[in-house]
Every structure is written in structure tokens, then in C-alpha cells.
Ligand binder design. Structure first.
Ligand code: FAD
Ligand code: NAD
Length: 473
């Protein structure tokens, strides 16, 4: 006998599980199909495990630099990697249990297995035992996420060459680690590994770390990494990898490197294999993502795609926001999804970012003014000895619209919410500058940078050319 649901969600990552809960909250009968663990990449291999590991590593980094805070650290302070891993595993278990419980409370039916869409509204669930079950739904939401990219031709024994899927669960640490890809995963892992005594080298094919972010943020981070002894080879690629007695690597600029392990962090690819999309006639993008319109609809009526698999923004909170929007649209509250999505990089110092980068604004030929403020000028930064970093505000010079905000510094991932919330409401930079921020805080740097964008900073030398406007209203 087949079962009928209003909403069938494939995948229970932060996109799929939130979509399912939202649909149930709106009164729909909901099924979720998951072939692995509830919580998806984010909870089991991504955001949560990496942040659990980073929290120990950041504390260790501070203890190692205790003298800066007037602390005398006597004897060795070492990391107990297995205890750190146990904490991570416990958090994962707790959060998985939380999702299962919310599914129960909202009567979301979970099917364990791998889904194939046989026709619009008809989904086969292939169980691990080989059994197949068919369920039907008015709407099918594809929330199957993504997997780490691997490099063809490289050894695939994870003891030598691995991805973040293995790295977050490592049983032991390498003495030397070569990270291929200086993007978000590469930088977070470099930062995490260094205080643990691992010799880290990053190889990035673009001229800067974090090429997707504002260049000033990447430049600041590179300075910090250099001071910490993290090796960086930018604008180069790995040409050859040989494993055996350790790992030997040749770069295309002729450099030879020896390492114990390679972490490949060169991006992610969508999970579409086995979904049956070709048979449905659903065309994928050049990189294999499932294209959607601004309502999260695919080209086939009743089939939606949210989160990493649609390739719009590979972040957990983007997946969840898509999930809510797709469900609302499927159940009749039609509106486009156009909200700005902040991003956060959990290096220390952290990076928070929302809206256009300076380069994106210039590429669009927008008339802009830039406000900057060094975090180190703040009383709170000096007092707490977290003086690295800066804030950059991108302002539309004619309309005063806030276009983007970028911050590197302590707590930047939290501070950026102030700018992100205002960007969401379409605020002007004047409105951001008018907000009263608590003192002393690191987030004050955002207000100061907004004032600078208006030529009105009080904690910066007077600007020579711009006359400060009188605030209105
Ligand atoms: P996923 O979380 O990938 O979930 C998809 C689910 O679908 C999986 O559980 C999978 O098993 C299931 N599935 C796939 N195919 C099928 C099928 N055919 N049938 C049934 N089930 C299927 N993002 C942030 O915002 N902040 C961070 O700090 C952050 N840190 C990260 C750190 C790392 C190391 C990594 C790898 C990623 C990180 N991300 C972070 C990205 C974040 O994890 C993803 O953007 C997010 O998980 C995407 O959610 P999703 O629901 O689209 O897909
Ligand atoms: P990424 O796109 O951030 O970075 C990949 C990097 O690898 C890029 O800088 C790219 O230029 C480089 N690269 C690609 N091929 C290369 C090669 N052959 N040699 C050298 N460099 C190469 O991808 P990622 O770091 O793998 O992360 C995947 C996704 O996960 C990201 O899109 C990100 O949004 C998400 N993520 C988010 C967080 C967070 O929000 N804090 C943390 C980790 C991951």
C-alpha cells in the first residue's frame, strides 16, 4: 500500500529538517526520507563538529599566548584529542536526538533509505535491507545537500589524502598537514590545527585566501596566519602527489613539499546521483546543481530544491531559510526569496560578512563610498587584547543604502548580525550609524565604520575632502 503526504522532503540536513518541521507546523502531513543521519552534513560532518573542535583549539591558542593576558602558564598545556573528539560526538548525539524528538512532537514521518523520484509526486525509498517502498506527495522538496569534491587521479586512501568528512572525525593528528584549498574549510582547519602542534601549509590556486570574501578580510587573515607560522602557497596548484613513505607533493611553480597527510578542501558538489532527475527531464546546471527560480521551484511543477543542492549559497542557515520559504510557497503563501544571507568564518580572529563586497559593488559599477575602522582602536579590543581586525562598510554614495558589511576580529561572527539585520530591512548607512551600540563592545567597530562611510567618524582623523552631512529626521 502506498502512502500519501502533502509534503515529501528528501534529506534531513538543516534544509530538509527545517522544511519538514515548518510544513508540519503549517498543518501539512509530512514525510522525510534520509539515507544517513538526521542533521545532514551540518550536524554530522560540518558546522557543528568543526566548531566543537575549534572551541578547544581556540582556548588552547589563548593559553599558549597567556603571557599576553598577564598569565603565567607553568608546565606544558597539551590537548587531549580523544577527549576533544568525545565532546564533539556528544554534541552531535544530543542534537540528532533533538531533531528526532521534534519530528515526533510534530508527527513528521521519517523513512530511512535512499530516495529516487520516479515521477512528480511519486518517490521510491530504497531501504538498506534492499526493500523498496513507494510514497506519494503533492510536493517533493529535494534537500539532498552536497559532498566534498575530490581530485581525480589522487590517492584515495584517507590515511594520506582525505576530505573534511574524515578530518572532523580523525582519531589522531598528523605532524604535518597540507591543505589544498584556502577557502572556508581550509582556513578553519588551518586555524584549528596550528595550536594543536600540527605544521600546516595551505596551497590555494587563487591569489588570495578566501577568494569569495572581501579582499581586505583575506589579507588581514593571511597576516595573522603568517605570524602563526602557517605556510601559504597562493596562486599555485598541486601538480603531483606521491604517497608511500609520507606524502610528497610537487606544486606547479616547482616547489616540492613533504607532508604526513593532505586535506582536500576544494569545494563541494551537489548530491543528485540516484535521485532520478535525468529520467524526469530535469536539467542540471553546468556544475551539476539543481536550478531553481526565486521561489525555490525547479523546472518541474511540484518539485522544489533547497539548500546546497540548488547551488545558490552553500551555508546551513541559507538551507534552513530556503526550507521555510519553499514550504510556504508550496502551501500557498507565495513570495520570492530575496533575503541577504550573512556568512561567518570561524577562524580566530573570526570573519563575518553580509551583502556586496567592494569588488562586487565595483564590478556592478555602483557609486560607492567605503567606511573602515580598525578593531584595534576600540577600548574593548585593547582591554581584552583582541586588537587584530577591521570593519569595512560598503555604502551607495547616492542613495546612502547599506550595500555590504565585512568584519574580521574577535566575535565578528556575532557582531555581523547587527549589520545583517539592518541590511535585511533595507536600512541606510545613516540608520546604521545612528544605532546606539553598547560600550565597550567589539561591535562598536561596525557603527564606527558606518560613520566613516559617511565621513563622520569621531575616532578617526578628520577626512580632508568630505564635509560631514547633518543627520536628518
Ligand atoms: P546537507 O546538510 O548536506 O543534508 C543533506 C541530507 O540529504 C544528508 O543527510 C544526506 O544523507 C541526505 N541525502 C542525500 N541524498 C539522499 C537521497 N537520495 N535520499 C535520502 N537522503 C539523501 N555552513 C554554515 O552555515 N556554517 C558553518 O559553520 C559551516 N561549517 C561547515 C564545516 C564543514 C567542514 C562543512 C563540510 C560544511 C560546513 N557548512 C557550514 C556548510 C553546511 O554544512 C551546509 O551548507 C549545509 O549542511 C547544507 O544543508 P542541506 O540541508 O542543504 O544539506
Ligand atoms: P570554498 O569554495 O570555500 O573553497 C575552496 C577553495 O579551494 C577555493 O579558494 C578555491 O580557489 C580552491 N581550490 C579549488 N581547486 C583547487 C586546487 N586544485 N588547488 C588549490 N586550490 C583549489 O570550499 P570549501 O572550503 O571546500 O567549503 C565548501 C563549502 O562549505 C563552502 O561553500 C562553504 O560555504 C561551506 N562552509 C562554510 C563554513 C562556514 O560557514 N563557516 C565552514 C566550512 C564550509
Amino acid at each position: 500500500m502506498s502512502e500519501h503526504f502533502q509534503i515529501v522532503v528528501i534529506g534531513a540536513g538543516p534544509g530538509g529538517y527545517i522544511a519538514a518541521l515548518k510544513a508540519a507546523q503549517m498543518g501539512a502531513k509530512v514525510a522525510v526520507i534520509e539515507k544517513s543521519h538526521l542533521g545532514g552534513t551540518c550536524l554530522n560532518w560540518g558546522c557543528i563538529p568543526s566548531k566543537a573542535l575549534l572551541s578547544s583549539s581556540e582556548l588552547l591558542h589563548q593559553v599558549q599566548n597567556g603571557s599576553k593576558w598577564g598569565l603565567k602558564v607553568q608546565g606544558d598545556v597539551t590537548a587531549d584529542w580523544s577527549a576533544i573528539q568525545k565532546h564533539k560526538d556528544k554534541v552531535i548525539r544530543q542534537l540528532r536526538g533533538g531533531i528526532a524528538n521534534f519530528f515526533k512532537l510534530r508527527r513528521v514521518q521519517v523513512f530511512n533509505g535512499s530516495a529516487t523520484i520516479e515521477a512528480p509526486g511519486k518517490v521510491a525509498v530504497h531501504g538498506e535491507d534492499g526493500g523498496v517502498r513507494t510514497i506519494h506527495g503533492d510536493h517533493v522538496i529535494i534537500a539532498t545537500g552536497s559532498s566534498p569534491s575530490r581530485i581525480a587521479g589522487w590517492p584515495d586512501d584517507p590515511a594520506w589524502v582525505c576530505t573534511s568528512d574524515e578530518a572532523v572525525h580523525w582519531k589522531n593528528l598528523p605532524g604535518k598537514l597540507l591543505i589544498v584549498g584556502g577557502g572556508v574549510i581550509g582556513c578553519e582547519f588551518a586555524c584549528m590545527m596550528r595550536p594543536l602542534g600540527v605544521e600546516v601549509t595551505i596551497v590555494e590556486m587563487m591569489p588570495t585566501l578566501l577568494p569569495g570574501l572581501d579582499e581586505d578580510m583575506a589579507a588581514e587573515l593571511a597576516k595573522v596566519f603568517k605570524a602563526r607560522g602557517i605556510g601559504m602557497h597562493l596562486n599555485v596548484k598541486v601538480e603531483d602527489v606521491q604517497v608511500g613513505d609520507g606524502v610528497k607533493v610537487r606544486l606547479n611553480d616547482g616547489t616540492n613539499l613533504d607532508t604526513d597527510r593532505i586535506l582536500v578542501a576544494t569545494g563541494r558538489q551537489p548530491n543528485t546521483a540516484g535521485l532520478g532527475l535525468e529520467k524526469l527531464g530535469l536539467e542540471l546546471s553546468r556544475r551539476g546543481f539543481v536550478p531553481v527560480d526565486d521561489h525555490l521551484r525547479t523546472g518541474i511543477a511540484g518539485i522544489w530544491a533547497i539548500g546546497d543542492v540548488n547551488g545558490q549559497c552553500l551555508l546551513a542557515h541559507a538551507a534552513s531559510a530556503h526550507g521555510v520559504a519553499a514550504v510556504e510557497n508550496a502551501l500557498g503563501h507565495t513570495r520570492p526569496f530575496t533575503r541577504p544571507i550573512p556568512s561567518a568564518v570561524y577562524t580566530f580572529p573570526e570573519i563575518g560578512s553580509v551583502g556586496l563586497t567592494e569588488r562586487e559593488a565595483r564590478d556592478q559599477k555602483l557609486p560607492i563610498s567605503i567606511g573602515r575602522f580598525p578593531v584595534g582602536y576600540l577600548g574593548k579590543a585593547m582591554a581584552s587584547r583582541h586588537t587584530d581586525g577591521m570593519v569595512k562598510i560598503i555604502r551607495h554614495r547616492e542613495t546612502d543604502a547599506l550595500l555590504g558589511a565585512h568584519m574580521i576580529g574577535a566575535h565578528a561572527t556575532e557582531c555581523i548580525a547587527a549589520a545583517a539585520n539592518l541590511l535585511h530591512t533595507g536600512a541606510t548607512v545613516e540608520e546604521l550609524a545612528e544605532c546606539v551600540f553598547a560600550h565597550p563592545t567589539i561591535s562598536e567597530a561596525i557603527k564606527e565604520a558606518a560613520e566613516d562611510a559617511l565621513g563622520m567618524g569621531l575616532h578617526l582623523p578628520p577626512r580632508k575632502v568630505i564635509t560631514a552631512p547633518v543627520l536628518t529626521g
